[in-house]
Ligand binder design. Structure first.
Ligand SMILES: Cc1cc2nc3c(=O)[nH]c(=O)nc-3n(C[C@H](O)[C@H](O)[C@H](O)COP(=O)(O)OP(=O)(O)OC[C@H]3O[C@@H](n4cnc5c(N)ncnc54)[C@H](O)[C@@H]3O)c2cc1C
Ligand code: SF4
Length: 478
């Protein structure tokens, strides 16, 4: 009888790929985890208990067939593992790197619940598809038949690209419009290289180009090209424009020089560190933390990315101000731990109330305590009177989250229905908007969310668009 390859969690401990030492990694923008060697990936995949009710799968937004590809990896059937993995996920190697697995698949792994330590699902997913790239198993899409219908996609982030991939597979002609010079959305210019190296994103863009997807870059819809023109040109349109309006911070002195938005800071860093672009605001020092005392305001993942970027740029000191405590912060605990290892100082229960100097030289901070839970069940922060003090700062980065831009206003198109939060009103599961043949996906529908959810939306919406195109083709043929 064949030896049981799985259920090794009893004898084999959880082992992530090696993390580079903080002193080494905090000077560069390369990813912090090394790759699994083949034997290690097989060993870790074999820890899966192949339980009858895989909660990892139900808590993965893409419902990836995780137990199946773990089994195939454990038995060295990697090409099949890749085929299974890519059948539900357009960019498995990207999700393997940047999904908050502790809140999704791995956090719900049955052996984790039983106290054995989760299977390292994300790291194995990354390993499978990185290997597929190395081995040449990832190929440009060659649709069996070409259709003469076309879809215009506005936004080249994960939502738009996942839909582009699915539509091309069905032979649809796809044009992606984006106001940036490079595709990838926040995967390219938001998320830093130490979490997601840019070659990983760019090879996917190349693959889509080789598959026949047309990219029209440096094209801001609403400015360079009207929404109406795109609707007139294509049989259906998908809006995947993300959310880019930074939440702001008031208070005396908040307009001073040296107080900057997280997205501007991260975009400049990504351009310079990962693409070698020349960015005037970086060269002038405005968006460069080198030699500065940096204060980042916010407790989410964007704040963590800013803090860790400032460390790598050679800041004198890097502090994070957050008005709640560690247990109540929205950012991933894994990222907080990484930031602490790299030298970030977290100042919990602290809220900025004013800024001194222009250029900025200090932040007046008010200490907080957590009061009674509010209607959402979260403890509301309350001011501790008389506790104010000044935190020295030469660069203050506001990382308080993002909201949608006013698309109907920007596009001069008030027929497109939005919610009271400014997100596009779209049908759950299809992304259908109130306009005929117009769909929407990703952050512009959900509000700031995750790459894996944008992929899920893009794939679902592509299915719905194919149904719509079939319907319009049938009517035209009558
Ligand atoms: C700093 C940061 C770190 C993050 N880290 C993670 C992480 O670790 N893991 C994770 O899962 N998620 C992370 N996220 C969230 C994730 O990046 C987003 O949820 C995801 O990228 C949303 O995908 P999208 O396709 O909806 O939009 P986006 O990725 O935002 O792409 C939208 C695209 O539309 C384009 N666009 C916008 N308006 C127009 C217009 N008028 N005309 C033409 N083009 C337009 C933009 O240029 C952009 O390229 C992070 C976000 C930020 C800001
Ligand atoms: S896509 Fe994300 S949530 Fe799903 S299995 Fe991969 S890492 Fe886990």
């Amino acid at each position: 009888m064949a030896k049981q390859p799985m259920l090794k969690f009893v004898t084999v401990s959880r082992d992530m790929p090696t993390k580079r030492a903080a002193e080494e990694r905090s000077h560069d923008f390369a990813e912090i985890y090394a790759d699994y060697a083949a034997a290690k990936a097989a060993e870790q995949a074999a820890r899966c208990s192949q339980c009858g009710v895989p909660y990892c799968q139900s808590h993965c937004p893409l419902h990836n067939n995780i137990p199946d590809w773990l089994n195939l990896t454990a038995t060295n059937r990697l090409e099949e593992a890749y085929q299974v993995s890519q059948s539900t996920n357009t960019f498995p190697e990207i999700c393997g790197r940047i999904c908050p697995q502790d809140r999704l698949c791995e956090g719900n792994c049955v052996i984790e619940q039983a106290g054995h330590g989760t299977v390292t699902i994300g790291a194995v997913e990354k390993y499978i598809t990185d290997t597929a790239w190395e081995q040449g198993w990832v190929k440009p899409i060659a649709p069996p038949v070409e259709r003469d219908q076309s879809v215009g996609i506005i936004g080249a982030g994960p939502g738009g690209l996942a839909a582009a991939d699915m539509l091309r597979r069905a032979g649809v002609q796809v044009t992606v419009y984006d106001r940036n010079d490079r595709a990838g959305g926040l995967m390219t210019y938001g998320i830093p290289g130490f979490k997601l190296e840019k070659e990983v994103v760019m090879r996917r863009i190349d693959q889509l180009e080789q598959s026949g997807v047309e990219f029209v870059m440096n094209c801001a819809v609403g400015e360079d090209l009207s929404f109406d023109a795109i609707r007139g040109k294509h049989d259906a349109v998908l809006i995947a424009t993300g959310v880019y309006k930074s939440r702001d911070l008031g208070g005396p002195g908040s307009g001073a020089q040296g107080i900057v938005k997280a997205i501007d800071y991260l975009t400049a860093s990504n351009r310079v560190a990962n693409f070698g672009d020349r960015v005037a605001e970086f060269e002038s020092g405005e968006l460069n933390a080198s030699g500065k005392r940096v204060v980042v305001i916010g407790g989410g993942d964007t704040a963590m990315d800013c803090l860790r970027t400032a460390i790598r740029q050679g800041a004198l000191s890097v502090k994070c101000l957050y008005r709640r405590d560690r247990a109540n912060m929205p950012g991933s605990q894994r990222e907080v731990a990484n930031a602490e290892e790299e030298g970030v100082d977290f100042v919990w229960l602290s809220a900025p109330v004013a800024f001194s100097g222009d250029p900025v030289s200090g932040v007046t901070v008010q200490k907080m305590r957590l009061g009674a839970p509010d209607v959402s069940g979260r403890q509301a922060p309350e001011v501790i009177e008389g506790s104010g003090y000044v935190e020295d700062a030469d660069l203050v980065i506001k990382a308080l989250g993002f909201e949608p831009e006013d698309l109907p206003l920007l596009w001069g198109y008030d027929g497109l229905e939005v919610t009271r939060w400014g997100t596009i009103r779209a049908e759950y599961g299809s992304g259908k908007t109130n306009l005929d043949g117009v769909y929407a996906v990703g952050d512009i529908v959900r509000g700031a969310s995750l790459v894996v959810w944008a992929i899920r939306d893009g794939r679902d919406s592509a299915e719905a668009i194919l149904g719509y195109l079939d319907g319009t083709a049938a009517i035209a043929a009558q």
